[in-house]
Design a protein around this ligand. Structure first.
Ligand code: NAP
Length: 684
């Protein structure tokens, strides 16, 4: 699941929900029926049955949606007889509804928030939502359980839940311009799929208005009815295994259905000593009775799954014997390493309930999805509905594999770009222009553009925005690039610039003179930084700046700054090189969904000699037939850090783009990591 980081900042300043914690808990007491396996085929007939809520008249526009959500255990009432459709919906309520919608999966290693209570009605849902990046906590360690949710936030959260599908190019709503940048893709998708029906009034969406419970029911109802195909796909064949034990052929057909539906491999746990009818006779102190009474019994399995490492998801089918999985399931679970894999149990029984509690501890590190009990003779379509409703991990693509090599979602070494939380794509290698002036600057930028560089970093303080703008305009005129091909970053400086931000921002735009700026950063923290950032937010709303970011911002600064702004920073640019690695800061920023960009990647102009001549780096460079500079830049990229080396030398500029034809091994990464001296070139 993708990570929703940005909502944490934008909502931090929201007022506390009018509902108290107590009334919220009353509002979302666990529903009687589970939410697993949302069945869009049944939507119409079931949703039309009469409401049990006195405040949901049968003719109300939201009645059908509320009834559906209630009947499928997605949302319950605020009391046994009321739903409160006009009441504000809190973050905890939305997390709970989505958690139920995905089948109430169990959560392990859950994030802990200082404002949540373990074992409360929302606890698992919050942990699940945060862990899967659907709704993250705030930067201060709280979740904001009772905070309201705006319409654009709710739609974005649902979009994240749906796997961030592509939407239309434009939303057919009259106030699309008011939608925050980070929510635009979600709103377009929701609009294209009819999910905004019931939330819009005369094509007006009112993105900043707090969403109500009735509106959320409508949103979820339309999502389930209109976007079946956009729900998470089952994992593709070859990566999913359906393993099952079936002594009496009751579980077997369900396993076969599952393998067929999932396009998965099928594996039967065949006991070395088959079970006879006598073995299976209950309460005779026969073999099954004895094994089930002995938690250490481990009936041997004939054969092996030799390629277990290839599977990410294991569906595990078994009958229920004396209320538990047969002990042969324990044998299976103890035989392999399931760490990092997802296990989805399904069991068959005519009388007993679902059971997995005795086996979960046998697969340490596995992600268990709460499964389901089926009666013998269950149809294929029932299995299909259940499987389609599960939030299974997405199959990894080749691109994902490269992405995961960097460990940073959205950071793609194949496309050489990263998707920012603002929705824009940014190249992951560029040119820094600090200390480049006049003709040197113009020529360097044009040389970079001619070499395929599409990311240029400048700043008001560098005094060269005019030259950068000139080079870009000339390259456009000469047909080297189009404006939209190049991503330009500039920055405003502390002191008088941040004290008069509107003026300073406009001055940057004027000096660059390239229609708009792709990203503007605050160059350093300053007493007016929040004010300056808020001014930049206004320029984003006006379309003059596309994304925002910060520079020279560290953990403490981010913690205090982020809750005060609305548009989450898309990037933090800090000094990063092998002698100053920021190993605590980089993951902190990246975990917030913010891209990290390294300044001074080669140690800084005038200070590169020692780093480029470093024995370890030189040896690694020689092994790969590349330069020390390329090794350092590649090391950054493999950490998910964007690089902007500065250069006025066309050969260096070109060399600095050739970073994708080799890969540093884990050992080489570790050797460079060991060079950290905490030696900052530029102490601020
Ligand atoms: P840098 O990129 O670490 O180093 C630039 C130096 O490396 C130049 O002397 C350059 O010389 C040399 N160089 C570049 N490529 C080379 C190669 N392939 N082989 C050998 N030498 C090479 O330092 P920087 O330019 O100061 O920093 C990079 C960018 O980060 C800046 O331009 C700026 O955009 C940004 N920055 C931001 C901040 C901030 O506070 N936000 C602070 C500093 C920098 P040649 O010209 O001869 O190639």
């Amino acid at each position: 699941m993708k990570r929703l980081k940005f909502l944490s900042f934008s909502m931090a300043a929201c007022i506390v929900c009018l509902l108290t914690m107590t009334s919220c808990s009353a509002a979302e007491v666990p529903a009687a029926s589970g939410g697993a396996g949302m069945d869009s085929a049944k939507l119409t007939s079931e949703a039309q049955s009469a409401s049990t809520f006195s405040d949901v008249p049968s003719g109300a526009w939201y009645a059908e949606a509320i009834n559906y959500c209630q009947q499928h255990g997605i949302m319950s009432g605020t009391t046994a007889t009321t739903f409160a459709p006009e009441a504000t919906l809190t973050r905890a309520m939305l997390a709970t509804a989505l958690h139920r919608m995905s089948g109430t999966p169990a959560v392990s290693d859950a994030p802990v928030f200082s404002d949540t209570v373990a074992g409360f009605w929302y606890s698992d849902a919050l942990s699940w939502a945060a862990k899967n990046g659907i709704i993250s906590g705030y930067g201060d360690g709280t979740f904001g359980v009772n905070d309201p949710t705006t319409r654009e936030q709710a739609v974005t959260i649902l979009w994240r839940y749906a796997g961030e599908p592509e939407g239309a190019t434009a939303a057919d709503i009259s106030d699309a311009a008011l939608v925050s940048t980070w929510a635009k893709a979600a709103v377009r998708w929701a609009n294209a799929n009819g999910i905004l029906e019931g939330i819009t009034n005369n094509r007006r969406f009112d993105p900043k208005t707090n969403i109500k419970r009735g509106e959320v029911a409508s949103m979820l109802y339309h999502y389930l009815s209109n976007t079946t195909s956009s729900q998470p796909e089952p994992a593709a064949g070859g990566r999913t295994l359906v393993a099952y034990f079936s002594a009496t052929n009751t579980t077997r057909p369900l396993a076969e259905y599952a393998a067929d539906i999932l396009n998965a491999d099928l594996y039967e746990l065949v006991p070395e000593v088959p079970y006879t009818d006598a073995d299976l006779a209950y309460y005779t102190n026969g073999r099954a009775d004895r094994e089930q009474n002995d938690s250490t019994a481990r009936p041997a399995i004939s054969g092996n799954v030799e390629n277990m490492a290839d599977y990410d998801v294991i569906f595990l089918g078994y009958p229920i014997w004396h209320g538990q999985p047969p002990r042969i399931i324990s044998t299976f679970l103890e035989r392999y390493d399931f760490a990092g894999k997802t296990i989805v149990p399904f069991c068959t029984s005519h009388s007993s309930g679902y059971s997995d509690s005795s086996i979960k501890s046998l697969a340490p590190g596995a992600n268990w999805i709460t499964g389901r009990r089926f009666a013998g003779g269950t149809s294929r379509s029932t299995m299909e509905e259940w499987i389609n409703g599960l939030a299974l991990p997405q199959p990894e693509t080749a691109v994902d594999a490269v992405t995961s090599a960097t460990g940073k979602a959205g950071f793609n070494l194949e496309t050489k770009s990263v998707t920012l939380n603002s929705g824009y794509e940014m190249p992951i290698n560029g040119l820094g222009t600090y200390s480049l002036h006049g003709e040197t600057c113009v020529n360097s930028v044009k040389s970079a553009l001619a070499s395929g560089v599409r990311l240029i970093d400048t700043a008001s303080a560098y005094g060269n925005e005019e030259e950068v703008g000139q080079a870009i305009r000339e390259a456009i005129d000469e047909g080297t690039i189009k404006r939209e091909d190049v991503f330009v970053i500039t920055k405003i400086y502390p002191g008088s610039e941040m004290a008069n931000p509107e003026q300073s921002i406009q001055a940057c735009l004027d000096r660059l003179d390239i229609d708009y700026v792709d990203m503007m950063l605050l160059h350093h923290p300053d007493r007016n930084d929040v004010k300056a950032y808020q001014a930049m937010e206004k320029f984003v709303e006006e379309g003059k700046i596309r994304s925002l970011g910060l520079s020279n911002w560290y953990v403490r600064e981010l913690e205090s700054f982020l809750p005060q702004v609305t548009i989450p920073p898309a990037l933090v640019q800090n000094e990063i090189h092998p002698y100053y690695q920021e190993n605590d800061v980089i993951p902190y920023i990246q975990d917030l969904g913010i891209v990290v960009q390294g300044s001074y990647p080669l140690g800084g102009r005038g200070h590169t000699a020692e780093l480029l001549g470093d024995e370890v780096i030189s040896r690694i460079a020689k092994a790969h037939g590349v330069s020390s500079a390329q090794v350092i830049l590649r090391w950054n990229l493999q950490k998910g850090v964007v690089v902007i080396p500065g250069s006025s030398n066309p050969d260096h500029i070109k060399e600095n783009t050739e970073l994708y034809g080799f890969q540093l091994t884990d050992a080489e990464m570790a050797q460079i990591n060991a060079l950290d001296r905490n030696e900052k070139d530029d102490w601020y």
